[in-house]
Each structure stands twice: as structure tokens, then as C-alpha cells.
Design a protein around this ligand. Structure first.
Ligand code: ATR
Length: 278
């Protein structure tokens, strides 16, 4: 029997997840279907429970429901626990709903495996202190970075996030102005500034020579932060399409126990090159 999966969000029409999971299923010979569900803003939990009661085997969760999915999950992985958000829900045989968060592993894997970034000993700057930043913090700290600085427009939120993650690794928080005079090997943009074509105001020299930039957003055109990276001498200026596919792959592994080959799927989705090579 075909196993049913879906992604739930609101809005949801734009989601690339069905294409990604269909490609994984074809490639690995798995018998599954994967649909889009427009979640109701006032009854997310009801939508989830109905899908599982109807035999659904797993759900990916996207904006704006990741925090609600965290609250709904009755068992959470450590990385989901510290992310404060869940993007993968799985009903277990004993009826418990398990929650995981594959965004951070997806980001780290795209950088480390697809692009060969060596995290160990590097100074990394994470821009933003909202849900997107919090979601990737723990996996980033597990890579062996020398230092992870969280910088945010509202400094207090960065300080708070860093304080909450202190036991996980070498992390600190600050406002954007405090970046003056600092240099980083990798700058990751987890702000939503790019949604309006903006880039957080950064000192011009905060990227180390040959340092990389990574925008968690992606688009058919290079994002504003990708352009910022290219304009500031980035060795690589990457967008988040690879992260999107890798987080889907991590969910696929949880559900199906096999790792799909992400490269052809990333190539399939990248109709136009979002990355700029400086
Ligand atoms: P998400 O869940 O996508 O992280 P969020 O929780 O609303 O969304 O967080 C958005 C993040 O982008 C915040 O860190 C926000 O900074 P503030 O905490 O100061 O609001 C940041 N952000 C949004 N627009 C920005 C801009 N134009 N410049 C700099 N930072 C911006």
C-alpha cells in the first residue's frame, strides 16, 4: 500500500517539498505519496491528528506552524528540543507523535558535504535571532566551530538566544554595531530581511579574506545577501536551496530509513544559478 506523507503550512501552494520527496521516492524505489495541506490557522493540531488518523505516516511542517508542531509533539529529539520548533512529525507505532527538526542538519550538511566547508576551528557569524536562527543553533555548535557569534538588529534577542545555548558550545550574542572590527570565516543569514530585498547593515570588512556567505533564503534570482557576499569578496556566496533539499532528505531518512542522493534533486530545482561565485 502506498504510504502517505504531506507538508502542512499556510500558505502552502509555493512549497517545493512535494517535488523533492517525489524525486527521492522515484530514486530510491519507495512506494509513497506526498501532498500539500493548507493548515487552518485556528486548528493546526486538529489537521495533524486527522491526517494521522487517516493513515498518514509523516508530516513536514512549515511556516507558521513549526512552534505549534513543537508543542504538539509528545516526544522530541534533542535538536528539536533546543530548536523550539519542529519540522518533522511522525506517528510512532505506540500512538505517540514524535517531533524532530531537520533544518539545522540540512544547513550543516549542505555546507560541509555538498560544498566542502570545514567548520572545525572557524569563526562563524549567525545573523538573526528569530525562529530560523534558533532552529539551526545546536547543529552548528556541534560542528566544532571555534566561535559562533549571534548578531541581531535587536541586540537583546541575540543575547537571550546565546544565553540559552551556552551549554552547547562557544556561543555569544551581540547587536550588529558590535561587529565592527570583527572578522568571520562564514556568515550565515537567518534574518527575514531578504524577504523585502534588504540586508542587515554589516561592517564592510567583517568577512575574512576568502570567507563564505550563506543565505538561508533562496530564489530564482540571487538573493540580496548572496549579492552582498559576492560584492564583499566571498569565496562562495551560497543560497539556501541546498539546505531545503537536505532538510527534506533528513526527514526522508527518518521516515524511510534510506538516504536519497540530493545532488540531482538540487540540480533539478535550480533552474537558474542562485549562487554567485566571486
Ligand atoms: P523567523 O522565524 O523567520 O526567524 P522572526 O522570528 O520574525 O522570523 O525573526 C526575524 C529575524 O530577522 C529577526 O532576527 C529580525 O530582527 P529583530 O529581532 O531585530 O526584529 C531579523 N530582521 C528582519 N528584518 C530585518 C532587517 N531589515 N534588518 C535586519 N534584521 C532583520
Amino acid at each position: 500500500m502506498t504510504d502517505r506523507y504531506a507538508v502542512i503550512g499556510n500558505p502552502i501552494a509555493h512549497s517545493k517539498s512535494p517535488r523533492i520527496h517525489a524525486a527521492f521516492a522515484r530514486q530510491t524505489g519507495q512506494d509513497l505519496s506526498y501532498e500539500r495541506i493548507l493548515g487552518s490557522l485556528d486548528d493546526f493540531a486538529g489537521d495533524v491528528r486527522r491526517f494521522f488518523a487517516d493513515g498518514g505516516r509523516g508530516l513536514n511542517v512549515t511556516v507558521p506552524f513549526k512552534e505549534q508542531a513543537w508543542a504538539l509533539a509528545e516526544r522530541r529529539s534533542p535538536r528539536a528540543q533546543s530548536a523550539g520548533a519542529v519540522n518533522t512529525l511522525t506517528p510512532l507505532p505506540d500512538g505517540v507523535i514524535a517531533g524532530d527538526n531537520t533544518d539545522g542538519p540540512g544547513l550543516v550538511r549542505d555546507l560541509a558535504v555538498n560544498h566542502g566547508f570545514a567548520f572545525a576551528g572557524r569563526r562563524v557569524l549567525l545573523l538573526g535571532a528569530g525562529g530560523a536562527a534558533r532552529g539551526v543553533l545546536r547543529p552548528l555548535l556541534e560542528t566544532g566551530v571555534a566561535e559562533l557569534v549571534i548578531a541581531n538588529r535587536t541586540a537583546a534577542r541575540a543575547l537571550e538566544l546565546a544565553a540559552a545555548a551556552k551549554g552547547l558550545g562557544p556561543v555569544s550574542g551581540c547587536g550588529l554595531a558590535a561587529l565592527t572590527g570583527q572578522r568571520f570565516d562564514l556568515i550565515i543569514n537567518a534574518t527575514s530581511a531578504g524577504l523585502t530585498g534588504e540586508v542587515p547593515p554589516l561592517p564592510d570588512d567583517c568577512l575574512a579574506e576568502g570567507g563564505w556567505t550563506y543565505d538561508m533564503l533562496y530564489g530564482d534570482e540571487p538573493t540580496a545577501f548572496c549579492r552582498w557576499g559576492a560584492d564583499h569578496g566571498a569565496g562562495r556566496a551560497l543560497d539556501g536551496l541546498g539546505m531545503l533539499v537536505e532538510q527534506a532528505a533528513e526527514s526522508f531518512i527518518i521516515w524511510r530509513g534510506v538516504r536519497p542522493d540530493t545532488r540531482p534533486v538540487i540540480a533539478l530545482l535550480r533552474r537558474r544559478e542562485g549562487e554567485i561565485t566571486a
